[in-house]
Design a protein around this ligand. Structure first.
Ligand code: FE
Length: 222
């Protein structure tokens, strides 16, 4: 498996999931979405809708509405707990995070035609020791990633179905976003579009478990 190190803590693993695993993940995510129907998040204060829809699995889910960005243990519309994280996602976290404790949250973002995501940092977590592990399914995304300073230089790369992208350590707070999704570039999702699963730790780390301690496993080539 190829590991493309774009910079310290910034790693792209093309084809992390093989085609059979991509189909398996799609089936597992279908079950997640039956239990936790995708909803349309809204911007804090203005209430303007995002262009993507989202849902979550795991103990905690990320939501956004007029009250702000936050993690919460239940679906904002059904009030039910989020479904369990599928096995393939847990395995990806174990393989790729270099972090001793399991992921607490998996945000599932659904990109339809014309959906995009502006440059932002993932910083609603109390724990920046753990990396963010992102997994792509379906149509290829044109991904943009910069440094930790807003307005700094960025670069663009494509994330295809099955790809993993990990940012941690000194890259944990890099700005990133999705410029666009290349409609029709994959047949993995019968309805088209793209699903991105983002795995994160949310709560403050227990003593002894941390990025620095575990980073060797993540940064070293297999
Ligand atoms: Fe993000």
């Amino acid at each position: 498996m190829q590991r493309l190190e774009l910079g310290p803590g910034l790693i792209h693993i093309p084809g992390y999931f093989d085609p059979a695993e991509q189909t398996g993940l799609r089936v597992e995510l279908d079950a997640v979405m039956r239990e936790a129907p995708p909803f349309q998040p809204r911007m804090p204060r203005t209430g303007a809708p995002f262009s993507i829809r989202m849902t979550n699995c795991g103990e905690l889910g990320w939501v956004s509405d007029e009250r702000g960005y936050r993690y919460q243990p239940e679906h904002p519309e059904t009030g039910r707990p989020w479904p369990e994280m599928p096995d393939l996602l847990r395995r990806a976290w174990r393989d790729l995070s270099g972090y001793r404790q399991p992921a607490e949250a998996c945000l599932v973002n659904l990109y339809g035609e014309g959906a995009r995501m502006g440059l932002h940092q993932d910083r609603d977590e109390a724990d920046f020791d753990a990396p963010v592990v992102s997994l792509s399914l379906g149509d290829t995304a044109v991904f943009r990633v910069g440094g930790t300073r807003r307005g700094g230089p960025t670069r663009s790369l494509r994330l295809a179905s099955g790809d993993a992208f990990v940012f941690g350590g000194e890259a944990r707070l890099v700005f990133h976003g999705i410029d666009r999704v290349l409609t029709g570039s994959s047949t993995v999702l019968p309805g088209g579009g793209r699903i991105n699963c983002t795995l994160r730790r949310v709560t403050a780390p227990a003593s002894g478990a941390g990025w620095r301690h575990a980073s060797a496993a993540f940064l070293a080539p297999p």
